[in-house]
Design a protein. Structure first.
Length: 192
């Protein structure tokens, strides 16, 4: 996926500037910047579908319209001489907007989350380098046993942090990361 992202991010009429492994590492970082907001939305969507937080608020009309504008901006860039570089720039802009909306830790309705996800879906259907279609299974939520184990590990990590045992907290984080769980520390506590 890093190779595909690197190749598609260049202008097809210009030679690619390849700097060895650093080019692929940079492409990987770019993909991660796009996947993080999508993954956050996906987790919130699964939570909303499973009757999660009851303090949901609706997206404002300007945010709802922004989703449609993001899709149109990506579509427009691709229609303009298949300008993937501009389409990717639009995706980064949308990712920043989503991160801003999610910053407050609020929950949104499932329908609003679908609106926020739509630009990512459209871009993936058009370009395919995010490989989101492989991740979009409706039942994303892990089995309850896995959730309970991760929550237990997070509580142990938080306890270690409160005691000032940052080495232990980092070790727990690294173990969860090596098991494939991406943690995000927020003012409301850690998310995975």
């Amino acid at each position: 996926d890093r190779v595909r992202f690197f190749l598609l991010s260049g202008l097809y009429r210009s030679p690619l500037e390849f700097a060895g492994e650093e080019s692929f590492a940079e492409a990987g970082r770019g993909l991660e910047r796009l996947r993080v907001p999508y993954d956050r939305l996906r987790v919130l969507r699964a939570d909303a579908e499973n009757g999660g937080a009851d303090h949901r608020r609706a997206l404002g009309p300007s945010s709802q319209a922004a989703s449609g504008r993001a899709v149109e901006a990506i579509r427009g860039a691709l229609a303009e001489d298949f300008n993937v570089r501009q389409a990717v720039a639009e995706m980064f802009a949308w990712g920043r907007e989503v991160n801003g909306l999610l910053q407050g830790g609020e929950s949104f309705t499932a329908g609003d989350l679908d609106l926020l996800i739509e630009p990512f879906r459209f871009a993936d259907e058009s370009l395919g380098f995010l490989e989101l279609s492989q991740q979009m299974a409706p039942s994303f939520a892990p089995p309850p046993e896995i959730s309970a184990l991760v929550d237990l590990a997070l509580r142990a990590r938080e306890s270690a942090r409160r005691r000032g045992d940052f080495g232990e907290a980092d070790r727990i984080r690294e173990e969860l990361s090596s098991a494939g769980f991406r943690l995000e520390d927020t003012p409301q506590g850690p998310r995975w």
